[in-house]
Design a protein around this ligand. Sequence first.
Ligand code: IPE
Ligand code: IPE
Ligand code: MG
Length: 229
Amino acid sequence: VSPDFTVQSTSPNAAAGLHVAVIMDGNGRWAARRGLPRPAGHRAGARAVRAIVEAAPSLGISTLTLYALSSDNFQRPAAEVSALMRLFAEYLGRESDALAEQGVRFRAVGRRDRLPASLCRVIDRAEQTTAAGARLTLRLAVDYSARDEIRRAVAAAPSGTDPFAGWPDVDLLVRTGGEQRLSDFLLWECAYAELWFTDRLWPDVTPQDLAAAVADFRRRDRRFGRIPA
Ligand code: IPE
Ligand code: IPE
Ligand code: MG
């Protein structure tokens, strides 16, 4: 097969650091086990994010994409969705200066047109405040659907250009909460991602869990369709 014919797949880019993507699942069950309403689980989940973000650079991670709200999550009761919107705004309002100090560049991914204007403003501000961050790129997926992103990128790309140029391949995909599925997250970018699942519910996840996932990842033999080295 001529090289022109093959889809250009990724090769490990250790020098640039890893792109780790996390499906932060299990907040609702965490709350239910404690007899608490679901938003209490989301609050606990938001608290768990800080330590994970702080630990990421020392684990060799240069891009961390966190799935916070899927487009399909809009089918949940309006009260839960709006509680989540408030929580995102609170988190970003509270953390953006600390993120900037840690050298974290924050980006939101996903649709913005269904987010409250107040949240959009906080997102814009956090993106501006942290624009110079060079240690870690933190991408928060809010109202995110991979299928929707792919459709829109293809429709918007001028012919002859790559609609996915600049979409970072995922090296390691982590899902907490016991399910083993993608739920419309990063379908293009995960073409050769290593998958790692844990039963641990997101609010209980610690940097040690992330370190275990990365250690497991480093023992794997990624072949990208080739034969073993
Ligand atoms: C993940 O936790 C957070 C969001 C989807 C917003 P869930 O809310 O899905 O928690 P479970 O899966 O019901 O436990
Ligand atoms: C995926 O979790 C979305 C987030 C974690 C933000 P869900 O809980 O919505 O996924 P399903 O419904 O179990 O597939
Ligand atoms: Mg869930």
